[in-house]
Design a binder for this molecule. Structure first.
Ligand SMILES: [Zn+2]
Length: 596
C-alpha cells in the first residue's frame, strides 16, 4: 500500500527516480515538445559515471532494429510486418534530444544509437547521492504501428506510450540497455509529475491522478470543459515505473468505484462498442476485488481502461485496448491488461528478460479470473495441452530466452504466455494447492513495488513450502527436458499390494498418485523427490496411510520406485499418476493402470 512499511529483503536496493515533465502536443503537426527534469537517487553501492535512456520512438524508422527484425522473422507480427520500411518521413517516429544539463552544466557529448541514449555525467553520482538532469526534447509521433502512435485503427487520435526519454534501469546486473526490438519494458520506480498542454477539445486519460480536475472538466469534475484554445492537464503518479496517456476529442468518460479499492475510469468512443463497454464495467470491478484478494491488494488509487493502441498493452494504472469485437474478447483483454498491473506493475519484472513471469503469470491469472467471474471452463486442461504443443516444437528454446531473441513469434508466445502459466501449474503440483495462497502473500509482502527476479520467486515458494526448489527452477526455465512418469505394474507381493513406478522422462518430479479402490474410496498420496528435501510427511492427512509413515524420497537419478500398500491388490481398481493433470507429462497413456 502507499506509504506502508515493507519487509525489504536484506541488501536489496533499487534506483529511485522522480520525473517532472511538461510537454505540448501539436495535434496538427503530430509533434510533441517539452522538458524533462529527472532526479536520480543512486541507492546502489556503485558510483554512477554515466546514464542510459530509452528513446523508443526511434524504432519507427526504416532500418531500425525493430524494422529489420520484423522483416526477417519467419512469422512477423501483422501489426508491424514491413510497414516501418515503408513509412514516409512525416509518418515516422523520432525523439530528438535538444539539450542535456546536469545541475545546470551542459553535457554536450551525449550519443544516440538507435533507441538508446548514452549520457556521460559531468559529476559522478556517488552511492547514496542524488543528481538532477534537465533535458529538452522534441518528438514526432508516428502513425500507429506498435503500441504507440497517432490515429489508431479505431480512430483514437493519440496513443501516447513510450513517448518520453526514459531512464534505463540500473540494477545488480548494471545498466539494462536493451534496444527496442519488439518487447518489452523494464523501468525504475518513482514519481511522475506530468503537465500536458493539449488543445482544449481533447479528453485525456493518463497514468496517475489528475491534480487540477476543476480546471479541466471533461468528466473529471462537474466543471464545464472549454472547447477552444489550450488546456493544461496536471497528472501525478507515485511508485510506478512508467507513464502513459492517450487523448481523443470523442472519448466518453465514466467511472466506477471498486469497494475498498481504486476508482475505475473508462474512456471509449460511443460507436458500435458502446453496449460492450457498458457490460464490461461490473466485470472489471469484480476483477479488482478478486485479484486483490488472491494476489495482494492493488496499491494505486485509480485504474484506467482506455480505448486506443493496437490490441492490448499494459501500463501502470492504465491499459490501451482496441474494443471492436465480441464482449468476451473485450472482457478478456481488459482482464489481461489490468492483471498486468500486478505482474509487471506492482511486481516490476524485467519483461524482456523474464517474459514467462510477466506474460505467463498474467495469462494464468486471466484464465482463472475468466473461470471465476465469467464461468469459463477451468483452464488447467487446455493450458497444459497447449504447453505440450510448445514441448513438441523442433529446436525448442528454453524459457530463459530473452523475449526478443526467440526464433519466431510463435515460440515467444507459447513460451512466455503458456510456459509461464504452466510453470505455476507445476509449482502448484509440487508445493500443493493449499500453499499457493501463502506463497502469493509472501511474494507480495517481500516484493511489491520492487524488481523481483526468478530466484526471488523460487525463494518465496521455498519459504512457504519448506522445500528446496532450485532443481525445478533450473529444469523448467533453463532446460528443454520433459516429464514422463509411468505406472509399470501393480501386483501382490509379501501379502501386500506393490506398485512399480518408473521415470522415463528427462525432467524429474515428485509424484502425486491416486489409488482408487473397488469400494469407490480413493487415496491420494505424494512421493517426494530426493532433491526437494521435504522435511514433513506430505501424506500426513491420510489416516489410512499413517502406519506407513512418510514415503521415502525418490532419488532423481533412480529410474524406478517401489511402493507397498497395506491392502491386497484385489481391492484396487486403478492407480494413476498426476490424476488432476497439473504436469505436462508427455505420455499420458502410461500414467494410469486399470486393474481387472
Ligand atoms: Zn500481456
Amino acid at each position: 500500500m502507499y506509504g506502508s512499511t515493507q519487509i525489504t529483503p536484506p541488501g536489496y536496493w533499487q534506483i529511485q527516480v522522480h520525473y517532472t515533465m511538461s510537454v505540448r502536443l501539436d495535434t496538427a503537426q503530430h509533434t510533441l515538445s517539452g522538458s524533462q527534469k529527472l532526479s536520480v537517487h543512486n541507492t546502489s553501492p556503485d558510483t554512477l559515471r554515466e546514464l542510459y535512456y530509452h528513446l523508443y520512438f526511434n524504432a519507427f524508422q526504416p532500418g531500425s532494429a525493430m524494422d529489420v527484425r520484423s522483416r526477417t522473422l519467419p512469422d512477423p507480427d501483422r501489426r508491424v510486418g514491413s510497414r516501418i520500411q515503408g513509412l514516409k518521413p512525416n509518418e515516422q517516429g523520432f525523439q530528438r534530444i535538444l539539450s542535456i544539463q546536469q545541475e545546470r552544466s551542459p553535457i554536450n557529448d551525449f550519443q544516440v544509437e538507435g533507441t538508446v541514449l548514452h549520457v556521460p555525467l559531468i559529476k559522478p553520482i556517488l552511492p547514496g547521492q542524488k543528481t538532477s538532469i534537465d533535458l529538452q526534447f522534441e518528438a514526432q509521433i508516428p502513425v500507429q504501428i506498435r503500441r504507440t502512435g497517432r490515429h489508431n485503427a479505431e480512430g483514437i487520435d493519440f496513443s501516447m506510450t513510450q513517448w518520453y526519454p526514459k531512464l534505463a534501469v540500473y540494477d545488480e546486473n548494471g545498466w539494462n540497455t536493451d534496444p527496442y526490438v519488439a518487447r518489452e519494458f523494464y523501468g525504475n520506480y518513482g514519481t511522475f509529475e506530468v503537465t500536458l498542454n493539449v488543445p482544449a477539445n481533447q479528453v485525456v486519460a493518463a497514468t496517475g491522478v489528475l491534480m487540477n480536475p476543476s480546471e479541466v472538466g471533461h468528466g473529471y469534475s462537474s466543471s464545464s470543459s472549454p472547447k477552444k484554445g489550450w488546456l493544461t492537464w496536471k497528472f501525478k503518479a507515485e511508485q510506478v515505473h512508467d507513464f502513459a496517456w492517450a487523448c481523443d476529442p470523442d472519448y466518453r468518460h465514466d467511472t466506477l468505484r471498486v469497494p475498498g479499492g481504486p476508482l475505475l475510469r473508462f474512456f471509449y468512443q460511443t460507436d458500435s462498442t458502446l453496449a460492450n463497454w457498458q457490460a464490461l464495467k461490473p466485470y472489471c470491478r469484480q476483477l479488482f476485488e478478486n485479484m486483490s484478494e488472491q494476489f495482494g491488494p492493488y496499491p494505486y488509487p485509480v485504474f484506467n481502461f482506455v480505448q486506443g493502441g493496437d490490441g492490448g498493452m499494459e501500463y501502470p494504472m492504465l491499459t490501451l485496448i482496441t474494443a471492436r469485437g465480441s464482449l468476451n474478447g473485450l472482457v478478456s483483454v481488459s482482464f489481461h491488461e489490468a492483471i498486468h498491473n500486478w505482474f509487471y506493475g506492482l511486481f516490476g519484472f524485467d519483461e524482456g528478460k523474464y517474459p514467462w513471469m510477466d506474460e505467463g503469470f498474467t495469462q494464468y491469472a486471466t484464465e482463472y479470473m475468466m473461470h471465476a467471474i465469467l464461468k469459463d471452463e477451468h483452464p488447467r486442461k487446455s493450458l497444459i495441452a497447449t504447453y505440450k504443443m510448445l514441448l513438441a516444437m523442433p529446436n525448442r528454446q528454453p524459457l530463459s530466452t530473452h523475449a526478443d531473441w526467440y526464433s519466431s513469434n510463435r515460440a515467444y508466445s507459447l513460451s512466455s504466455y503458456i510456459g509461464g502459466a504452466a510453470f505455476l501449474e507445476h509449482l502448484t503440483y509440487i508445493i500443493g494447492p493449499e500453499r499457493m495462497k501463502a506463497f502469493w502473500n509472501r511474494f507480495y509482502g517481500d516484493w511489491k513495488l520492487k524488481h523481483p527476479k526468478p530466484d526471488d520467486l523460487i525463494r518465496a515458494a521455498e519459504q512457504v513450502s519448506q522445500m528446496e526448489l532450485d532443481w525445478f527452477h533450473r529444469e523448467f526455465i533453463f532446460s528443454t527436458h520433459t516429464i514422463d512418469y509411468a505406472v509399470d505394474t501393480v501386483f501382490q507381493a509379501e501379502g501386500k499390494a506393490r506398485i512399480k513406478l518408473s521415470n522415463k522422462g528427462s525432467f524429474p518430479m515428485p509424484v502425486r498418485l491416486r489409488i482408487t479402490k473397488k469400494d469407490g474410496s480413493a487415496l491420494n498420496l505424494m512421493i517426494p523427490l530426493d532433491v526437494q528435501r521435504v522435511k514433513t510427511n506430505p501424506n500426513q492427512s491420510h489416516t489410512s496411510l499413517s502406519n506407513l509413515g512418510p514415503f521415502k524420497a525418490w532419488p532423481w537419478v533412480e529410474p524406478t520406485y517401489l511402493i507397498d500398500l497395506p491392502f491386497n491388490v484385489e481391492s484396487i481398481r486403478s492407480v494413476e499418476i498426476d490424476p488432476d493433470g497439473y504436469t505436462a507429462d508427455v505420455q499420458l497413456e502410461n500414467n494410469v493402470k486399470m486393474l481387472p
